[in-house]
Design a protein around this ligand. Structure first.
Ligand SMILES: Cc1cc2nc3c(=O)[nH]c(=O)nc-3n(C[C@H](O)[C@H](O)[C@H](O)COP(=O)(O)OP(=O)(O)OC[C@H]3O[C@@H](n4cnc5c(N)ncnc54)[C@H](O)[C@@H]3O)c2cc1C
Length: 370
């Protein structure tokens, strides 16, 4: 069995982007995925927002890769024939008491080097979003945008196939062992692959996989994000993205309104920690709750306008009850010098950051041949 330079575990948008970056640097790459096709987990169950980087705590790797990714993604997507659209994102202070948090985001945006972020008066915000309700002041990030994440996954996967990268689906890594020169990975069905460098890009499965690769103690907490979709004409009531402020201690950025590139209007995602990375058979958030959350920003959206949309499950590293909205993107080689590189906590804005994460990984662990 030939030893590959790199084996990437997990064909989500991040694993695919990493495999593509290694292959374009001339490495022999295999990517393995437990499902029958690419991108069936977080990477196609998200809001499709290309985040500007204004809402991410400065000084973190998340912020650095978010801002770099928001520049890279539109370029790379265009090269793959996938459209993106910089429609801008709005954060709305609907009450006076929201103003201090709005100015905190303004400060974060400038520390993160997000271009052209500016305050809008209520009139200016209503010009962009005529159906917007009460607004004391808003923050516009014009570099925020959107992409069809499923289309991006398909394009990346096809690009890997064209480039001759080996893609092995239905390959769930259930065991790993040290080989003379790297690692041997075993699938649940008895298949084997060997690589000098292994990239653990397994999303919610990254903690378990790390244990097999000699890096125990990394827990990844699955956190459900449910959505409702606005049906009928009212889906045209929002043109861009409208964010607000979640209650303190909320494990995420808060439920927001997203007009997708396909023209849908989504309300969500909620944030509910799960015991296992499987979505409940039935939605747990009533449509009435989505209607209430949405009408705080766009009055008049009622339960009758809504239908349930597919949820996603985040791979969080902050435990339930921690009071932290987000953990850090942890990208580490562990054990040191082992050739096993792990990506933990690649939740939002991981789609935006995907190409920047890939560059970060390949620059630090180039997988040169001995
Ligand atoms: C509800 C929600 C909304 C979001 N909204 C946005 C947004 O608007 N903008 C944004 O930038 N980001 C957003 N994100 C985050 C973004 O979707 C993720 O950061 C990104 O998709 C992570 O990609 P990934 O490849 O790391 O993970 P995943 O897509 O989860 O891929 C991991 C892959 O690993 C595979 N795998 C796991 N274990 C094994 C194993 N043992 N063997 C083989 N394969 C395995 C899985 O099957 C999966 O395909 C959102 C996420 C969620 C859940």
């Amino acid at each position: 069995m030939p030893v590959r330079d790199v084996v990437v575990v997990g064909a989500g948008v991040v694993g695919l982007a990493i495999a593509r970056a290694y292959a374009s640097d001339g490495r022999e790459v295999t990517i393995v995925e437990r499902h029958p096709s690419a991108g069936r987990e977080q990477s196609t169950h998200n809001s499709g927002v290309v985040h500007s980087g204004a809402l991410v705590r400065p000084g973190t790797l998340r912020a650095q890769l978010n801002v770099a990714g928001s520049r890279l993604l539109p370029r790379e997507a265009a090269a793959l024939g996938v459209a993106t659209d910089r429609c801008g994102t709005l954060v709305v202070a609907s009450r006076r008491s929201d103003l201090p948090r709005l100015s905190e985001y303004h400060a974060w945006a400038s520390q993160n080097g997000v271009p052209d972020v500016r305050y809008l008066s209520a009139d200016e915000a209503h010009e962009i979003e005529p159906h917007l309700g009460p607004c004391e002041r808003a923050l516009l990030a014009p570099t925020g945008g959107r992409v069809d994440a499923a289309e991006l996954v398909r394009a990346l996967d096809s690009d890997l196939a064209r480039a001759g990268v080996e893609r092995r689906f239905d390959f769930e890594v259930v065991r790993a062992g040290r080989a003379k020169d790297g690692w041997t990975l075993y699938s649940a069905r008895g298949a084997v692959v060997e690589g000098r460098t292994v990239i653990n890009s397994a999303g919610v499965g990254a903690g378990h996989l790390a244990e097999h690769l000699g890096a125990p103690g990394h827990r990844v907490y699955p956190c459900l994000g449910e959505y409702a979709r606005v049906t009928g004409d009212r889906r045209n009531w929002v043109r861009t993205m409208i964010y607000g402020f979640p209650p303190s201690g909320y494990p995420g950025i808060g439920v927001h309104l997203t007009r997708t590139i396909a023209g849908d209007l989504l309300i969500g995602p909620t944030a509910t920690y799960l015991d296992s990375p499987v979505a409940p058979a039935l939605p747990i958030t009533p449509l009435a709750t989505f209607a209430e959350l949405a009408s705080a920003y766009v009055p008049g959206i009622s339960e009758r306008d809504l239908e349930v949309a597919a949820p996603g499950i985040r791979a969080k590293t902050v435990p339930p009850g921690s009071g932290e909205a987000f953990g850090e993107f942890e990208i580490v080689e562990e054990p040191p010098g082992s050739g096993a590189v792990h990506l933990f906590g690649i939740e939002s804005p991981g789609l935006t950051a995907s190409f920047a994460i890939a560059r970060y990984v390949v620059d630090r662990w180039p997988a040169d041949r001995p």
